[in-house]
Design a protein around this ligand. Structure first.
Ligand code: FMN
Length: 355
């Protein structure tokens, strides 16, 4: 009862502060990234003080999900989109079952020019359009921070999302990270291959090179027993998804993550061209849900490996629908930006439904 009230009050406060920051910082000129940078700094401050315990919620025991050797305390996990420790820590305190770092590439990159991230509302439903273009500090810097005790102490799975311009890039990044992980006494790391890329410069992806994907997975499997998730795009056709699944069915300890943000032009979402530096980017948020559910049904009918449903999850009923359709875990990005206090609320509701 007390936890329910606390999460409701914190949620109201969070949304009010968030909206004010957006109105003040991200409206003139229109650029959501300025509000995000400020919000992240504010959150960093908050997470460095005892006030962070206001956000600490226990996770009901009966919603744990076991997948391979991984123990997710809840089916809700953070999708790959952030790598600042304060955000990841806040979601863990709130009760997220596992976290995934933002995709890391071999070399540092600043990504695309700004403005490259804006709020949109297709059909009146909340969403974000981003053409960040995978900004990254590069693998060398990334591995220096991977042994983060604050995050590891939660003893919940931590995903490392890998991207690249070609198969060799993916493998090089993997090798570098795997060497480091082998020196850390924590067995809850897993890999995720981001094979969809709606907003990289040349639009080329590993999902267009399935022979390369199979070779990469085979080589990775020879080197590691850690689980590997493969994250596909909602822009992939049903036939492409089936071909990817046929490859995954041959490899042990893999799971499919369905899916990523969906390519849309800025104009089609009503954005003025001055407010978006690229012609289009990846749409995330509520409108993706129907497609996510359809993809889960398609894959769960035919394949045995676990499924993570990502894209447009914004409510308890979304979570229940994808779990009932065969997903084991539920990935979330946009909801964690707009209303992270939904994590403890959904966890509690899932726990009661289970009784
Ligand atoms: C700002 C932003 C950055 C993202 N960066 C990544 C990324 O680095 N790697 C990745 O696999 N997906 C990335 N995504 C996609 C999300 O992980 C997620 O798959 C997508 O947003 C759909 O889920 P949602 O509707 O819950 O947001 C990003 C999404 C957003 C909004």
């Amino acid at each position: 009862m007390f936890n329910k009230l606390r999460s409701k009050i914190l949620s109201l406060k969070f949304r009010a502060i968030r909206r004010s920051v957006i109105i003040i910082l991200a409206s003139f000129p229109k650029d959501l990234e300025r509000a995000i940078i400020f919000g992240d700094a504010l959150n960093h401050l908050l997470m460095s003080t005892p006030l962070k315990y206001l956000f600490k919620f226990s996770v009901p025991k009966n919603i744990e999900v076991k997948m391979f050797n991984l123990k997710f305390s809840s089916p809700l996990i953070s999708a790959s989109f952030k790598d600042d420790v304060s955000s990841l820590l806040q979601w863990q305190l709130l009760g997220i079952g596992g976290i995934t770092y933002k995709t890391v590439l071999k070399d540092p990159s600043k990504g695309n020019a700004r403005p490259r991230i804006q709020e949109v509302s297709p059909n009146g439903r909340y969403g974000i359009l981003n053409s960040l273009g995978l900004p990254t500090k590069g693998v060398k810097k990334f591995i220096n921070h991977i042994d983060n005790k604050k995050l590891i102490n939660f003893n919940r799975p931590i995903g490392i999302s890998i991207g690249g311009n070609n198969v060799q890039d993916y493998y090089d990044v993997f090798k570098e990270i795997d060497k480091t992980l082998n020196s850390i006494a924590f067995d809850q790391f897993f890999y995720e291959l981001n094979i969809s890329c709606p907003n990289t410069e040349d639009g080329k992806c590993l999902s267009d090179n399935l022979e390369g994907l199979e070779n990469l997975l085979t080589k990775m499997r020879e080197k590691t027993i850690r689980p590997i998730f493969i994250k596909v795009s909602p822009d992939s056709s049903r036939e492409e998804i089936i071909k990817i699944c046929d490859i995954l069915a041959k490899i042990s300890s893999v799971a499919i993550n369905l899916g990523n943000s969906k390519y849309m032009t800025a104009k089609s979402l009503g954005l003025n061209e001055k407010h978006f530096s690229k012609e289009g980017g990846g749409l995330s948020g509520e409108t993706l849900f129907d497609n996510t559910l359809e993809m889960v049904k398609l894959v769960s009918k035919k394949y045995q490996f676990p499924i993570i449903a990502t894209g447009g999850i914004s409510s308890l009923s979304n979570v229940k629908e994808v779990l009932n359709a065969g997903a084991s875990l539920v990935g979330m990005a946009t909801l964690l930006v707009s209303d992270p206090l939904k994590i403890p609320q959904i966890n509690q509701q899932l726990s009661q439904n289970d009784k």
